[in-house]
Design a protein around this ligand. Structure first.
Ligand SMILES: CC(C)(COP(=O)(O)OP(=O)(O)OC[C@H]1O[C@@H](n2cnc3c(N)ncnc32)[C@H](O)[C@@H]1OP(=O)(O)O)[C@@H](O)C(=O)NCCC(=O)NCCS
Length: 390
């Protein structure tokens, strides 16, 4: 009698892990082919139009929308954690004024652990999860204070302490500029924070999960994530978009610049995505919003240049699934909010901190060390050659 042999199983080589599902999440769902992004089942467009960043954080961390008293409690808990220790302000003062902002942020996020008694290591027990949640709340609340006050330091301006009566977006712009923003400006930032909060198992989120899965602490995981986000193929792209817009400089220059890049097979920053092969759903609303804020702040030319770039790239590349991603129109939006170009990736980190932390809590709730294998391509049975004979 013959028996059916099971197909041999074992590790497969998947460069870039594009075809590997390495974790489970209840936070965000992406259909890259159709251009869909949902947080806990709610379309990103509906959240951008109707929600706030704080409500979105509640949604991601609790997998449901909050009732009013629950939202109020989260807001108060965050506000109570806005302030950073004096030692961290002193540390910021010691940074070179020309430090790369993401280097500064990565260092400061790491340093916060020195002042948090919860930040030893992680446990998967209920009390360990509660500790991770406390760390997550502090990280989300304090990150805007770190970024804004680093920016003030490098501009030679005095620190501005957080104002606990403000929401996160208003508080950030208050600290950054030393004056209360208009409602429209604060809302603009709030929308960007919602849109960037979570995005499946992107590179920085994966990095955070790898770190927490070793039962390291939240601060280590967030430090890993900030470092990973920094790269131009990930969070750094929004800065590159603004640099490109500055380089192009005028409407007349758009066509020769973009066509030249396409002919030379160079990347156009803010286009393409590993997962989306349709229009990035975060870019859809952001485009409308960018037009509005560009008009309001006298920067319409920037928006029109972006639109022209989009038209040329889509004509050449839409059939290959190359569309604008979230970074493309966030560049114009951040610029119109008065945020310096080299701070854009920090803005992304400020928002994604909630997604990273949420993923780390999910990881702890069902933990297994993340440890893929490498395909060895080197020699075998090689002799050890003594130094004198090499
Ligand atoms: C995001 C990104 C890394 C995705 O990379 P990926 O999934 O590995 O996609 P690939 O590199 O396989 O690209 C497929 C094809 O589209 C082209 N392409 C991808 N992004 C492009 C872009 N921004 N501009 C021009 N062509 C692009 C590639 O050159 C490749 O062409 P080929 O088939 O002729 O070689 C890539 O699109 C990119 O570098 N974009 C610019 C940076 C950016 O905006 N990043 C932010 C992401 S949110």
């Amino acid at each position: 009698m013959t028996t059916m042999q099971a197909a041999p199983t074992g590790p497969i080589f998947d460069k870039g892990l594009a075809n590997t599902i390495a974790a489970e999440t209840q936070m965000s769902f992406i259909d890259g082919g159709k251009g869909v992004l949902e947080y806990v089942g709610i379309d990103i467009d509906a959240l951008a139009r109707n929600s706030t960043y704080e409500e979105t954080v509640y949604l991601l961390w609790n997998c449901r929308l909050p009732k009013q008293h629950e939202l109020d409690a989260l807001k108060s808990a965050l506000q109570a954690e806005y302030e950073i220790p004096d030692a961290i302000y002193d540390m910021i003062k010691s940074f070179p004024r020309d430090a790369v902002p993401m280097h500064a942020l990565r260092t400061l996020v790491s340093a916060l652990a020195l002042h948090d008694a919860d930040a030893e290591s992680s446990e998967t027990t209920p009390s360990g999860i509660e500790s991770a949640k406390r760390q997550a709340l502090r990280l989300v609340a304090k990150t805007p204070t770190l970024i804004a006050n680093f920016d003030r330091h490098r501009a030679g301006k005095p620190f501005v302490r957080p104002d606990k009566s403000f929401d996160i977006a208003t508080n950030f712009l208050w600290m950054l500029n030393g004056e209360k923003p208009t409602e429209a400006m604060a809302r603009g930032l709030d929308i960007c924070l919602i849109l960037h909060a979570d995005h499946g198992l992107n590179a920085s989120t994966f990095a955070a999960r790898v770190t927490i899965a070793t039962l390291s602490d939240m601060y280590s995981a967030m430090t890993t994530a900030v470092g990973t986000l920094k790269g131009p193929l990930h969070g750094g792209a929004n800065e590159e978009v603004m640099i490109m817009l500055d380089e192009i400089g005028s409407m007349e220059n758009v066509e020769p610049f973009v066509k030249g890049k396409l002919e030379r097979k160079e990347l156009i920053m803010g286009f393409g995505h590993r997962v989306y092969k349709a229009y990035d759903p975060r870019a859809t609303y952001l485009k409308t919003f960018a037009k509005q804020i560009a008009t309001d702040t006298g920067n319409l030319r920037l928006f029109e240049m972006s639109q022209k770039i989009e038209g040329i790239v889509l004509a050449a590349k839409a059939d290959k699934g190359i569309f604008p991603n979230v970074d493309f129109y966030s560049a114009t939006t951040y610029h119109c909010l008065g945020i310096k170009t080299d701070l854009f990736t920090c803005m992304f980190a400020m928002s994604r901190m909630s997604g990273w932390a949420g993923h780390c809590i999910e990881q702890l709730q069902d933990n297994r060390l993340i440890r893929p294998q490498a395909k060895y391509n080197g020699p075998h049975a090689a002799p050890y050659v003594a130094m004198a004979q090499r």
